[in-house]
Design a protein around this ligand. Structure first.
Ligand SMILES: [Zn+2]
Length: 128
């Protein structure tokens, strides 16, 4: 997350840090997990081509079992994507690759944001 010098952003960052600290560790929830990468594609519902794409490597040994991605629209208020449940479910089933979608519930310019985030998670697991 980029640091912006406004109190709202600082408050959200603090809130995010607190949630990450309080969450269980990823290795405690999915002990066999070895590597995890999440490819993220963001776009508007009406546009088939994503406006942004990036891949995040998760540092499995230290990562919290919490996957909350910020909304890609900097104007968006109270938006973001809560992917924790979906991702943990896939990892606990030891899926090698799985994907899903989440629609932002934030507000931008007085109307619903509705940005769509599509993710593709790629994981590997230890044998025992
Ligand atoms: Zn949004």
């Amino acid at each position: 997350m980029r640091w912006r010098r406004d109190p709202e952003a600082a408050r959200r960052l603090a809130e995010r840090r607190r949630r990450e600290d309080e969450a269980p560790r990823l290795v405690a929830v999915v002990p066999k997990l070895e590597t995890l990468g999440i490819r993220v594609l963001e776009g508007m519902p009406s546009i088939s081509n994503p406006v942004g794409t990036h891949t995040r490597r998760v540092v499995v040994p230290t990562a919290p079992a919490l996957f909350v991605l910020p909304c890609g629209d900097s104007q968006c208020r109270d938006g973001g994507h809560e992917l924790t449940e979906q991702l943990l479910a896939g990892l606990q089933q030891e899926k090698l690759q799985f994907e899903g979608e989440d629609c932002c519930r934030g507000v931008t310019g007085g109307s619903e944001c509705r940005r769509v985030l599509h993710y593709v998670a790629t994981a590997s697991y230890r044998a025992v």
